[in-house]
Structures are given as structure tokens and as C-alpha cells.
Design a protein around this ligand. Structure first.
Ligand code: CS2
Length: 490
């Protein structure tokens, strides 16, 4: 089979949706850092719709670490397929909005040159939680992060996201070009203000006056992004290529649902995001909080409990009635009461999430969601825990989620097999677990002492530590399935 490319677009199977415009006739208006699967199945699709009527917003992408995505997509003119899957079948769409991919470690100057182009008015990011090089408990820049240490020593050739944004803003300022708007699209709490603070703190370490400029003269537009996009498998690549009639070296697979809520703060211009289904709002925080606590909080809980219970995917875990009930009760009893979003019908949102988690056509691995828990727990579970503790409300299921994470990061599963724990703190977490042994009290004490995750307040909160201990003791003694059954019954 021939590869997917501009030249083979007219050879695609009849029912494949293709760009409604000529990708060669577009110009770059957005630079995106972190062109992973999520970006390609989310923002790139919205922008593909925009390019049909406004060609000035095509995307120049950058990979911050690896060259594999660039190498896969370059021979296909950066075209790729989004396969939307549900119980009803698969729908294929070829996306043309990503026009280039630069690999930052190979040549930071290339992406910086694109970021300095006056036609670029937005720099967006999906670099995952850990890509912001911050302390997840406080949201401040982690000045000891190796990438930040490297960038502060060599700020003209940055490797980190804060370093790249700051250097591009400095170059624009020196050339008299207005700043771009920074638009983070990761699952961080208050991602606009948080990333603004991180970049301003980094800039201030280079030069206090530059730090003040970033603080006052650069706009950061917060967003709530939502679409479930599991990692692409070899099987997906073969099946999608077969259905296309040409080979796509790296398609992406996603659910039908998609949502994008954007804080409308783009002083130098933006595409008409609302015309392609995004919600433009003055304050995105309530939406972010709802999504992080409901969707991602349940997702992480399902990932740790589901993995320990022996389920490979989210839909397999959800087929266990106890797990489904625990997930529903977690949202109803412990999360919804902490949210303040009058516009949204939260019970309906919950029911829609449960249906999405059941999607049998998505092979979303519990192991994938379990990754980087140290970066995810604070905004997914611990903020909710704090709000509940402040009002004296119950936290049992939230605490069980935290206990399941602790059980998981010990690195050994219920059959004694080792778990491939991927986390920036993995080595430290494993060592803490090894020292504490299989004793719930000792484990909880050791893990709650990791201040970057729990802060001091949660470490010292007896109600919280008791609830986590109860969950962890049961997980260690009875295993995940029986523990979930007991919690679901209670
Ligand atoms: C997931 C998210 O991998 C994870 O941690 O919880 O990627 C989730 O699928 C998305 O946030 C859905 O919008």
C-alpha cells in the first residue's frame, strides 16, 4: 500500500472524511508544544474545521523529547487519521491542520524561529502534567528540576516548555513583536494562572524586569480540554491503514465525545473557536474543576483499583458492577458536593462519564492512566479531599483511591509480579515502599511524607491518614476486588 500523503488523498476509501481545504494553501498561526496523540485527536481536529473557512491558523508542532512522531508523519506530509470509535463502529477522518513538527532537542532554534513569527498569535501546549516542571502541591516552578537547571544555565537553547516560551517571548520583545497568547491544554488545576506563574517565575530568575513583563504583558488563556484518547497500538495502525486503503504510520484513536472550554483572553487575535464547537467563557476554572475532579478523579481511581484487580482496560474494569458503583458513588457523594457550576447538570455529566468509561471499542489501559500519579493526584483527588475535610464531610472513597495509588506504587501486584510504575518519583516511591514493608500504617506514613504531593496539611491530617490507612490495610489483606466490593456495599 502507498503511504497516506497529499498525493494519495484522492485514493482513500469513499467514507473517509478528508480536509475541506488545501493544506498547502494555509499559513501558520499557532505553534503547539507537545504534538502527542491527545493534541492530534482534540485541538488539531477543531483547527482542521477552522481551516475550512479561515486558512491563517494552521499549526506548527514541536516534540519536546523524541523524534518518532516527526519521523512517522513527515513522509505523509504530516497528515494523519483520527479513528473515532464506539460500540456503533469506527469513523475515519484525515486531518491536515498540523503542517510541521520540529524536534526541540535536535534544534531548539527551529521552533523558536517559528514562535517569533509575528503571524503566530497563539502558543498552545500539551506537555502532560510533568512537562511544566513545577511542584504539583504548590503549583510553583521547581527550580531544582533538571530541565530548569539546564535552561537557566543556557537560556538561549532551552529544552523545557517554560524555557522555550520565555525565550520566544524575549526574542519577540527584543524585535518589537507583540507577545503571543499562551494556551495550556493540560489537565492542571487553573491551568492558565498556574502556567502564567510558572513561566513568570522562570523569567524572573533570568531577569527580574523580564519576569515582570511576563507577569503583566503576556496573556495566558486557560482551557478545559476533554476527549479520551488511548495510546495507539500496532493493531490500530494495521486496522486503520487497511480501512483507509493507504498506510498511516501513526493514526490516533479516540471516543466520539469532545469538549473544549476556552477562557476568552487573546489580546492579539484568535480563530473563531466557537464556530467549530468550542465554548468561549470568561472564567474557565469551574469547568476545569468539574472535569478534573469528576472525570480524571474517577479515571485515576479506576486505573489503580482496576489494575490491582487485574483489569487491563477501563471498560473491562467498569464491567465489574462493584467498580462501577464505587465510581458512581464517588462522584455523587464525595465530588459533586464540592463543585459549584450552576450551568451544568452534574448528575447528567456523571452519567455521561460512566457511559464513556464503558465504551467497549476503546482499549484504554488502566496502566496508561496510572502513569505519573505523583503529578496527577493533587488536582484529581486531593483538592476534593481538602474541601471535604474543611466541612467535615466523608472522604472514604477518595481515600480509597489514594490508598490504591499507594498500593500500586509499591511496585508489586497482588500476585507478587512487578508493576512497571512510570512516574518521575518512581524510584523514590519504590524505596519508601520497600523500607515500610507490607504494613499499612508504615506505608501511609511514608507516602504521606512526600510533600510535593500531599503538602504538610494532608500529611498531618488524622482523619485523612486514618481513612487512607483503612483502605490500604484492606487492599493489602483482601485484595482490590474484595475491597471494592466492601466499599461499594457500605
Ligand atoms: C486520563 C486522561 O491518562 C489519564 O490520566 O485520565 O488522559 C483522560 O483520558 C483525559 O483527560 C480525558 O479528557
Amino acid at each position: 500500500m502507498l503511504p497516506l500523503s497529499l498525493a494519495t488523498l484522492d485514493q482513500l476509501s469513499q467514507d473517509v472524511v478528508r480536509p475541506a481545504y488545501d493544506p498547502r494553501a494555509t499559513t501558520i498561526g499557532i505553534v503547539h508544544l507537545g504534538v502527542g496523540a491527545f493534541h492530534r485527536a482534540h485541538q488539531a481536529v477543531y483547527v482542521d474545521d477552522i481551516l475550512g473557512h479561515d486558512p491563517q491558523w494552521a499549526i506548527a508542532g514541536a516534540s519536546l523529547r523524541r523524534a518518532d512522531m516527526r519521523d512517522a508523519l513527515a513522509p505523509q506530509d504530516n497528515l494523519f487519521t483520527v479513528a473515532v470509535r464506539s460500540g456503533e463502529g469506527t469513523q475515519l477522518r484525515v486531518i491536515g491542520s498540523l503542517r510541521s513538527i520540529d524536534v526541540v532537542p535536535e534544534n531548539p532554534a527551529a521552533i523558536l524561529a517559528r514562535m517569533v513569527d509575528p503571524a503566530v498569535r497563539i502558543v498552545s501546549l500539551t506537555v502532560t502534567e510533568k512537562g511544566y516542571c513545577h511542584d504539583p502541591a504548590t503549583g510553583d516552578l521547581n527550580t531544582a528540576h533538571p530541565d530548569i537547571v539546564a535552561d537557566l544555565a543556557n537560556p538561549r537553547a532551552p529544552v523545557s516548555a517554560p524555557g522555550l516560551i520565555a525565550e520566544a517571548l524575549r526574542l519577540r520583545r527584543a524585535a518589537g513583536i507583540v507577545p503571543f497568547t499562551v494556551m495550556p491544554c493540560d489537565n492542571l488545576p487553573s491551568n492558565g494562572p498556574t502556567v502564567h506563574r510558572i513561566v513568570a517565575q522562570y523569567a524572573a530568575l533570568l531577569d527580574p524586569a523580564f519576569g515582570r513583563f511576563v507577569e503583566t504583558d503576556v496573556a495566558f488563556a486557560g482551557t478545559m480540554v476533554d476527549r479520551i484518547v488511548p495510546a495507539t497500538s500496532e493493531e490500530d495502525i494495521a486496522g486503520i491503514s487497511e480501512a483507509l486503503g493507504v498506510t498511516d504510520a501513526w493514526p490516533v484513536v479516540s471516543e466520539p465525545f469532545t469538549q473544549w472550554v476556552i477562557e476568552d483572553r487573546f489580546p492579539t487575535g484568535r480563530p473563531d473557536f466557537a464556530s467549530v464547537g468550542a465554548q468561549m467563557v470568561a472564567d474557565v476554572e469551574p469547568f476545569e474543576k468539574m472535569k478534573l475532579r469528576m472525570l480524571n478523579g474517577s479515571h485515576s481511581t479506576l486505573a489503580y483499583l482496576g489494575y490491582l484487580a487485574g483489569y487491563e482496560t477501563v471498560s473491562a474494569a467498569m464491567a465489574n458492577a462493584d467498580i462501577e458503583k464505587l465510581c458512581r458513588d464517588l462522584m455523587t457523594d464525595e465530588v459533586i458536593p464540592t463543585l459549584d457550576l450552576p450551568e451544568a447538570d452534574l448528575p447528567a455529566y456523571r452519567d455521561a462519564l460512566i457511559a464513556r468509561f464503558h465504551n467497549p471499542a476503546l482499549k484504554h489501559r488502566t496502566w496508561q492512566i496510572a502513569m505519573d500519579g505523583s503529578q496527577k493526584l493533587p488536582q484529581r483527588l486531593l483538592g476534593t479531599v481538602r474541601d471535604r475535610l474543611a466541612t467535615g464531610a466523608s472522604i472514604d472513597r477518595l481515600a480509597l483511591g489514594v490508598a490504591a495509588w499507594m498500593r500500586y506504587v509499591t511496585g508489586t501486584d497482588e500476585n507478587g509480579a512487578s508493576i512497571d510504575v512510570r512516574d518521575p518519583l518512581a524510584a523514590r516511591l519504590k524505596a519508601l515502599g520497600d523500607t515500610a514493608g507490607r504494613d499499612a500504617d508504615a506505608l501511609v506514613k511514608a507516602y504521606l511524607g512526600v510533600e510535593e504531593i500531599f503538602g504538610r496539611d494532608l500529611r498531618d491530617n488524622k482523619r485523612f491518614s486514618d481513612a487512607v490507612k483503612r483502605g490500604l490495610a484492606m487492599l493489602l489483606e483482601k485484595g482490590a476486588r474484595a475491597t471494592v466490593a466492601a466499599y461499594a456495599a457500605g
